[in-house]
Design a protein around this ligand. Sequence first.
Ligand code: TXA
Ligand code: MG
Length: 336
Amino acid sequence: MQTVFLNSKEIDQAVAFLKSGQVVAFPTETVYGLGADATNEEAVKKIFEAKGRPNDNPLIIHISNIDQLERYVESVPEVARTVINHFWPGPCTLILRKKGSIAPSVTGGLDTVGVRMPDHPVALELIEKAGVPLAAPSANSSGKPSPTTALHVTRDLNGKIQAIVDGGATGVGLESTVLDLTNPERPTILRPGGVTFEELEHVLGEVWTDDHLTDASIAPKSPGMKYKHYSPEKPVWVLPASLEQTIKVMDQLEKSGKKIGFLVSDEWFEQLSNDSRMGQTLGEKKTPQQAAARLFSSLRALDDEDISLILVEPYLKVGIGTAYMNRLEKAASRIL
Ligand code: TXA
Ligand code: MG
């Protein structure tokens, strides 16, 4: 298949592809999504095929107006309305009981569906003109870091999908928060993301997190969270929290012949740089948003370099730092 490249003024062409049951990658505020008409089973199957995604891992449906929400979920509890009022459009996916004509593959046999309204003009226009919700996972090959530019999508999926709409680099850089509201008394974060625990707690009073996020021995409630994720080809190791220890670790690794790629804050960068290492910066330590926005694209960039492993600085698990560390720890084969 010849993948067609479109710019954000060529949305009508993308809409025509979607209406004819094809899959199209498009930008959102989090990462690029790989979209298909969520009511068309044949179209949705093409998403799983292109990504090589296990079919028990359900997809999020993306909507552009609240009427669509009412049409595809059984009821919208008060707690959902509160989240929607504060965070939609935005990076928060709500898990609710499904109804209506969503294609069966979207939800992988579950009686619930994940719904979000993305905060991106291209995504919203595309959904609105398609006239149906778009089922869309991140537009990477299964297991790879999620794409934050159209070029990343091309690298993974060129020739396997009908089209890519280029809307520039995404802003948040990590995927949406997945919030389970099937028990409205107990709003539970299944995947940390662009809307933080603290922000949700602020508006909801009390918020829970799925046990697997704090105890790796417990099976996650969100099917997708059990799979290995976000991994470049090269091994990723999480550095110690101390710069002194990191300096020692890197020296030792180099003595044993490793070629180091590293991804650290501005504060660490100078002291770790030398001629034989490849470094990238995550921005200032006090702006974890920047680290979140750069993580996936930097992992991809370092993966292309002539190095033997990628060493990444840990951030505190507060605010967006929680989502950053969740993705980093899933990408990593070792935590130092
Ligand atoms: O920011 C995002 O959420 C991006 C953009 C494209 O919107 N999408 C995304 O989709 O990250 P994906 O498929 O890569 O991740 C969806 C996550 C998976 O962990 C999946 O298991 C979970 O949401 N999920 C979807 N439907 C669910 C459901 N009914 N119950 C529990 N978890 C669900
Ligand atoms: Mg994904």
